[in-house]
Design a protein around this ligand. Structure first.
Ligand code: ATP
Ligand code: MG
Ligand code: MG
Length: 553
């Protein structure tokens, strides 16, 4: 959607407005089925539907497409509402397709009365076999010739619960020879003696998607009904029902669904990952769900930006998850304070021998060089600090600008230090570095005249807060698991979660706990967010994304 040009859906909408269609009104809907949590693909649809209404001063309904009693649940309804709001959108009306069951039933009787629907006693297998193939016409059976009275009687008895599941269906009488398979007498109603999360046991017949979706659009006077490409072949049927019932002519427009590398987007598969314990829940930070992405540390604005950048296409494609990561990195770079955290099971203790025992000072360290008006925070410094084990090498290669015996580095925001002595335990493992500092080299008032090439981060030992840090990586180890022939659970990345111990600045834990700041850049390590698993004793941080794209192409 670069350069302010219109995408193809906006073009259609503007043409409709210019032609005075629907009095220039734009009314969209977002129609999730409450059978799982929303994912990033839904975010695309949400941004599209709500964005279109915003742009053309229209309205958007949130409609729960709850026509399948078996798979749906109020837990999902609540999570969906929460996620849409979190993304920054507010719906005009909250509707449920199940509220239209009476109306839909009357529509069905209308079609029966017009001779356009019939009750069929065939089994599912027989119906499938009679449908034919795209190259040969289907076969009409004897039930197709039932009279209007017979059909009305049977349909009412279906509703009354006289028949068992699967023993009868109501079908639209369209065209068994149509080259469009969807028009070969599609099923409108099936018998299902099942409890529905909203209508309870009132109904034992339930409408199919094709006899619920378009009718719900019409009932709500939706002007533009946006759906994904696989429904393109359903459009003639969508229009046929509207025409035969003479109801509000909503217009269906299809767009390409979002597919993202290294993940799956099918609710069925995501649900399996949750139920089989491959992830900790729908909100596991590795999941492509809105709840997971939120817990990972993404912001609503970064997701909206992503949806904007990928735009709206007419052909299916696979989007690089790197683009999503780029969007959050861009935002967090501008908004998060740089803080220091040493992520190491065994950090290296550095003792500054010429810094008096018991002395402490508070350094003023800038939060973010990207800020327009610089802000600072107080960081305690003392005689002993932790550094990353990686930031020291006993036998460094050339161009190693961090610490080594006899070498000098700057401790970020503090002093220049020199490594004088390496202390090892009996097994030969380094347990401590004994260093000296240059008192005149304090950051901000350095008069030492010494130039060092390296700056490393650190945390004061007596002030450090121990934390758990969760380093997330891609959930799947192949780019397009959905297109892979192998079983999708075999493609999971076994290293998608690494848990490490960390020592962090005390101020950031305070800020995170108070809620005043929850996203951070851990200097040189990436962007992190406080996780809800944190306890009073031990904060937990999730890595949102690394600083740079670590995945070479
Ligand atoms: P699934 O196949 O995973 O169950 P669905 O399409 O059945 O997904 P719904 O709850 O029916 O899920 O989707 C609600 C809306 O979101 C629909 O209009 C659908 O077209 C849209 N949507 C779902 N997945 C995507 C996606 N990957 N990209 C864009 N839009 C999507
Ligand atoms: Mg579905
Ligand atoms: Mg659906």
């Amino acid at each position: 959607n670069a350069g302010g040009s219109l995408n193809f859906i906006e073009q259609i909408v503007e043409e409709d407005i210019a032609a005075g269609k629907n009095g220039g009104r734009v009314h969209t809907r977002f129609p999730p089925e409450p059978n799982g949590y929303l994912h990033i693909g839904h975010a695309k649809s949400i941004c599209l539907n709500f964005g279109l209404a915003d742009k053309y001063s229209g309205q958007t309904n949130l409609r729960f497409d709850d026509t399948n009693p078996v798979t749906e649940d109020t837990e999902y309804v609540d999570s969906i509402k929460n996620d849409v709001r979190w993304l920054g959108f507010e719906w005009e009306n909250e509707y449920y397709a199940s509220d239209y069951f009476d109306q839909l039933y009357r529509f069905a009787e209308t079609l029966i009365q017009k001779g356009l629907a019939y009750v069929d006693d065939s089994t599912a297998e027989e119906i499938a076999a009679q449908k034919g193939t795209p190259t040969e016409p289907g076969r009409m059976n004897q039930y197709r010739d039932r009279s209007v009275d017979q059909n009305l009687d049977l349909f009412r008895r279906m509703k009354a619960g006289e028949f068992s599941d699967g023993s009868k269906v109501l079908r639209a009488k369209v065209d068994m020879a149509s080259p469009n398979m969807q028009l070969r007498d599609p099923i409108m109603y099936r018998i299902k003696h099942a409890h529905h999360h909203r209508t309870g046991d009132t109904w034992c017949i339930y409408p199919m998607y094709d006899f619920a979706h378009g009718q719900s659009d019409a009932i709500e006077h939706i002007t533009h009904s946006l759906c994904t490409l696989e429904f393109e072949v359903h459009r003639p049927l969508y229009e046929w029902f509207i025409q035969q019932l003479d109801i509000f002519p909503s217009r269906q427009i299809e767009f390409a669904r979002l597919n993202l590398t290294y993940t799956v987007m099918s609710k069925r598969k995501l649900k399996q990952l949750v139920e089989e314990g491959h992830v900790s829940g729908w909100d596991d930070p590795r999941m492509p769900t809105i709840a997971g992405i939120r817990r990972r540390g993404y912001t609503p604005a970064s997701i909206r930006e992503f949806c904007d950048r990928i735009g709206i296409a007419k052909r299916d494609n696979l989007i690089d998850v790197g683009l999503l990561e780029f969007c959050i990195r861009e935002e967090l770079n501008k908004t998060t304070p740089r803080v220091m955290a040493v992520l190491d099971e065994k950090p290296l203790r550095l003792v500054i021998t010429n810094y008096e025992l018991g002395r402490e000072e508070e350094l003023n360290i800038e939060n973010n060089p990207e800020e327009e008006t610089m802000t600072y925070r107080r960081v305690p410094f003392s005689r002993e600090v932790y550094i990353e084990r990686d930031d020291f090498m006993e036998n460094p290669p050339k161009k190693f600008f961090r610490l080594f015996p006899g070498g000098m580095v700057r401790l970020k925001g503090a002093y220049i230090i020199k490594c004088d002595e390496v202390v090892k335990d009996n097994a030969g493992e380094i347990i401590e570095l004994r260093c000296s500092y240059i008192p005149e080299s304090r950051s901000g008032s350095d008069t030492s005249g010494i130039n060092v090439k390296g700056t490393i981060h650190w945390v004061s030992v007596p002030h450090a807060v121990e934390a758990e840090v969760r380093l997330y990586d891609r959930l799947f180890s192949v780019e397009n698991p959905a297109a892979d022939e192998r079983e999708f659970r075999e493609l999971l990345n076994p290293n998608s979660l690494e848990v490490v111990r960390a020592f962090v600045e005390p101020a950031l834990v305070e800020a995170a706990r108070s809620g005043s700041q929850t996203n951070f850049q851990f200097m040189r390590k990436g962007y992190f967010i406080l996780d809800s698993d944190s306890t009073a004793e031990r904060p937990v941080f999730n890595r949102t994304v690394t600083l740079k794209d670590g995945w070479a192409k």
